[in-house]
Ligand binder design. Structure first.
Ligand code: GRG
Length: 294
């Protein structure tokens, strides 16, 4: 199996904290510049959980991928994620003033800066992945990120979400699952499989893990929208419920949604069995995703 022989298990909290500080330090090194555009880009990346970057670093560690290459890919996915949030917060999309407890980019600067910061975060992600240190599988990684984030991935999920707001009938469970797989699941899947891709290894176990994790993440997000505390979540809650949007909670009910998230978490953990105890931090990440309060 693909797990590197020397990969050791580490507790999730420690691994996540380490990932956050390494990705932040890498961002500061790779994204210098004193002009407002660079400042807005750094601001957009900062303050999140960096779960996607963590998934990249852990999957890279499991496959013995070089640290410098892994960090480049981890920063790249955080750039794409940050761009999506900056654009999602714009008045023409979800129109949010707060993100991670701070003013959104268009509130702190203006709308033009938010559009431009999002645009350049996206292109910067691909610049990072085109760095020679990514190695011989760079093109697979780049094509995968373009597919996961673009017209058949995250952007199409966002488009389906916007279309659902004006649809005459609410979406059903299959439609919501398809929408969320695209909007959130594709980037999570790219992140969790990035290490295997960079190593040229079998990505199937991590893809199974990510498919379950991505859906569990989204169900947890819908539960947070109903039960969450805005101060902890760092953004407005109950927006979906107030807008009458179909969500996993509205379709399944709160208890069944929690049961489904738990089952998916167990499926995600089971998918990692080929890696043995070396994948403990990824298993803990799945447990965290369904119990998080932000
Ligand atoms: C604008 C092209 C475009 C896409 C936007 C991802 C997305 C598509 C919109 C975000 C809206 C949203 C709240 C989606 C739910 C799942 C999600 C991505 C939550 C935020 O991710 P976390 O919890 O955030 O990982 P942090 O702040 O920790 O980075």
């Amino acid at each position: 199996m693909a797990a590197a022989a020397d990969a050791q298990s580490r507790p999730f909290a420690q691994a996540l904290k380490e990932a956050q500080s390494r990705i932040t330090a890498h961002m500061e090194a790779r994204l210098g510049g004193n002009d407002p555009l660079h400042a807005a880009m750094r601001y957009a990346i900062t303050g999140g959980k960096m779960l996607r970057g963590f998934l990249v670093l852990e999957s890279a560690r499991l496959h013995g991928v070089d640290d410098d290459a892994a960090l480049e890919a981890a920063l790249a996915i955080e750039c794409i994620h940050a761009y999506s949030l900056v654009h999602d917060d714009l008045p023409c999309m979800d129109d949010d003033d707060l993100r991670r407890g701070q003013p959104t980019v268009h509130k702190k600067w203006d709308e033009a800066m938010a559009v431009l910061a999002g645009d350049s975060l996206q292109t910067f992600a691909f610049e990072l992945l085109a760095d020679p240190k990514i190695g011989p599988h760079a093109l697979v990684l780049i094509r995968g990120l373009a597919q996961s984030s673009g017209k058949d991935g995250m952007v199409s999920g966002q488009m389906l979400d916007i279309a659902a707001e004006t649809a005459t009938t609410p979406l059903d469970l299959d439609q919501i699952t398809r929408l969320q797989n695209r909007k959130t699941g594709c980037l999570i899947s790219w992140s969790a499989t990035a290490g295997a891709v960079m190593a040229g290894a079998d990505e199937a176990p991590l893809r199974r893990y990510a498919d379950a994790l991505g859906l569990a993440f989204q169900i947890a997000d819908d539960i947070l929208d109903v039960e969450g505390d805005a101060a902890k979540v760092g953004k407005a809650v109950r927006k979906d419920a107030d807008a009458g949007k179909a969500t996993f909670v509205s379709l399944l009910g709160l208890d069944a949604a929690k049961d489904r998230a738990r089952t998916l978490m167990e499926q995600a953990c089971d998918a990692l069995s080929p890696y043995g105890s070396a994948a403990e931090a990824l298993k803990e990440a799945a447990r965290f995703v369904i119990s998080r309060d932000s």
